[in-house]
Design a protein around this ligand. Structure first.
Ligand code: FES
Length: 172
């Protein structure tokens, strides 16, 4: 059986199909590139590790940082940080000074309690170490990891790293 020789029309048809195929591939590539351009390369989430300032900017006692919704406590060279985010529905708790300082052993470590925390939204109450004692709050306030930045010596909080209530950062 002999094969029929190709007609010039067949060749033209082949090149037309090839051209259409190449066009579709190019369009597909363009479409993917356009879709990719809609996805940003940078994250606009707020960073979880935040420089809070130099240790000397933290006075003895308590300092509230509204941007991080964080209370930083300092006693001499020892610091710890407690979240101001209510564990009920996330309102910012306010600190109320105690009339008398209380010393409590928290997870095996002594802690001077100078404040307690109250939530203005639904009345949850927390002790000065963040333990929930009244209202709908289901859990204690979070404590966050503190460290000193190696590049410039600022105090750093890691808001993605909750720690035990025995955590303390001791300055050198
Ligand atoms: S948000 Fe704090 S008690 Fe509801």
């Amino acid at each position: 059986m002999s094969q029929k020789p190709k007609e010039p029309g067949d060749r033209r048809e082949f090149f037309v199909k090839l051209g259409i195929g190449a066009g579709l591939v190019a369009l597909g590539g363009q479409g993917l590139a356009s879709l990719r351009s809609l996805v940003p390369n940078v994250s606009y989430d707020s960073p979880t590790t935040v420089k809070l300032g130099y240790p000397q900017e933290f006075p003895e006692g308590m300092k509230f940082l509204p941007d991080q919704r964080l209370y930083v406590f300092r006693e001499g060279k020892v610091l710890h940080a407690i979240s101001a985010v209510c564990t009920h529905l996330g309102c910012t708790v306010r600190a109320e000074a105690l009339s008398q300082v209380e010393v409590r052993t928290v997870e095996g470590s002594p802690l001077r309690l100078t404040h307690r925390f109250l939530c203005p939204c639904h009345g949850s109450k927390y002790t000065g170490d963040g333990e929930n004692v009244a209202g709908p709050a289901p859990r204690p306030l979070a404590w966050y990891h503190l460290s000193i930045a190696t590049d410039d010596g600022q105090l750093v909080v890691d808001l993605a790293r909750p720690v035990e209530r025995s955590f303390r950062l001791t300055l050198a």
